[in-house]
Design a protein around this ligand. Structure first.
Ligand SMILES: [Zn+2]
Length: 392
């Protein structure tokens, strides 16, 4: 079985989320594992949303897991912009185009073939592929259920095989996952007759505009910066609602702000800074309530893996052998299942090491480099070998 043809088979199955295609992908992967002689187990915490764990146990030694998701984002409104059929992997020059080629059916194909090679190689230890459902819609039926319901085997370290490229292939070794902090600002001013606006003070919508502008250049503190460079991104204006009608000077406006958190940011410090900024901008012109979203959207810490950890070192060693260069440790711009595996299950996890580019995911004409697919089989095989022998 060839990594390009297996990727093509997986791309041909529509597993866009929401949807029911994850079952068909997992059924095909089960057949493949049977053909390849790889022991596997379907785990379905939510009916119809299967996860698959493939494990090769060669006796004493550590347990490394490679992980990828089997769902994709939908084609959506981008269909008219696709130049090829999204469900037919089409090679043009050095690239293969298809939905999920980068994110991340190519990586899923590569990791299974690498595990087959691990099974045939001398030495001991265990390698699993943890193939999850539902990553593209919050992981409730996938990584979240697997970790919260303790459905995973004992795993010592994990590598998420999401695309490493942002602009360039194999651009970095992503070791940090950003957290998030989302809140709404409810701005209250005097509502009244718009003919009298000069005496009513600035309206809530205008104060909201001042606040959005101020948040655009807000730099919250990173109290304890980590080992891995990881930017903070502040996104004001994620939602906006307000106003009543022409003739009425608005007395209320609500705007949403999202902060993508770097590891090492302190909730108390950042929320204080938000309050101070709001107070300094409004300067008595409005009353502003800051409403943090409930649960993990209101605050979820960023996390990082120490670049000196054995699994990160194994990735670097494999990169040097297979790709011929060191990978710069970096923070990952997007969310991945690493958040659950690392935070909930406490598994040291590399956030991303995989073929393709994050910048082509979720849009039209998604593609993966054909050479990258073949490299990734070699790379995952080398990561497993390096991790098992503790070679760095
Ligand atoms: Zn992905």
């Amino acid at each position: 079985m060839d990594v390009l043809s297996l990727t093509a088979e997986l791309v041909a199955i529509d597993s866009s989320n929401p949807g029911v295609g994850e079952q068909e992908v997992v059924t095909r992967l089960e057949q493949l594992c049977t053909e390849l002689g790889l022991p596997h187990q379907r785990i379905e915490p939510v009916q119809g949303r299967p996860n698959l764990i493939v494990t090769v146990d060669k006796g004493p030694g550590p347990h490394l897991a490679l992980s990828g998701h089997v769902d994709t984002k939908p084609v959506g409104d981008a269909l008219k912009l696709w130049e090829t059929d999204p469900f037919t992997l089409t090679t043009v020059g050095d690239d293969a185009f298809g939905l999920g080629s980068s994110d991340m059916k190519g990586a899923v194909a590569a990791m299974l073939l690498a595990i087959r090679r691990f099974a045939d190689a001398p030495g001991s230890g265990t390698v699993s592929a943890v193939l999850t459902a539902d990553e593209e819609q919050g992981s409730a039926a996938g990584a979240q259920a697997l970790t919260q319901q303790k459905l995973l085997p004992d795993i010592d370290a994990m590598v998420i095989c999401e695309p490493s490229g942002i602009e360039r292939p194999w651009e970095a070794l992503h070791l940090a996952s950003r957290g998030i902090c989302c809140f709404e600002l409810d701005i209250w001013t005097n509502q009244g007759h718009s003919g009298l606006s000069p005496v009513l003070g600035r309206n809530a919508t205008l104060v909201a505009a001042d606040l959005l502008k101020a948040f655009e250049s807000f730099h919250p503190s990173v109290t304890h910066p980590g080992h891995v460079p990881c930017p903070v991104t502040v996104n004001p204006g994620m939602i906006i609602e307000g106003g009543v009608a022409f003739g009425t000077w608005p007395g209320h406006c609500r705007v949403g702000v999202e902060i993508r958190l770097a590891p090492g940011m302190d909730e108390h410090v950042v929320k204080n800074e938000v309050r101070q900024l709001v107070n300094s901008v409004t300067d008595g012109q409005a009353q502003v309530d800051i409403n943090y979203r409930p649960g993990s959207l209101g605050w979820m810490d960023g996390i990082e893996l120490d670049p000196a950890h054995a699994v990160a070192q194994a990735c670097q060693s494999a990169a040097k052998t297979v790709l011929g260069h060191h990978l710069e440790p970096s923070g990952y711009p997007g969310g991945t299942d690493a958040s659950y595996f690392m935070r909930e299950a406490g598994i040291p996890t590399v956030t991303s090491l995989g073929p393709g580019w994050l910048s082509v995911a979720h849009g039209p004409n998604e593609r993966v480099g054909v050479a990258q697919l073949y490299q990734s089989v070699d790379l995952y095989e080398a990561v497993a070998a390096a991790y098992m022998t503790g070679q760095t």
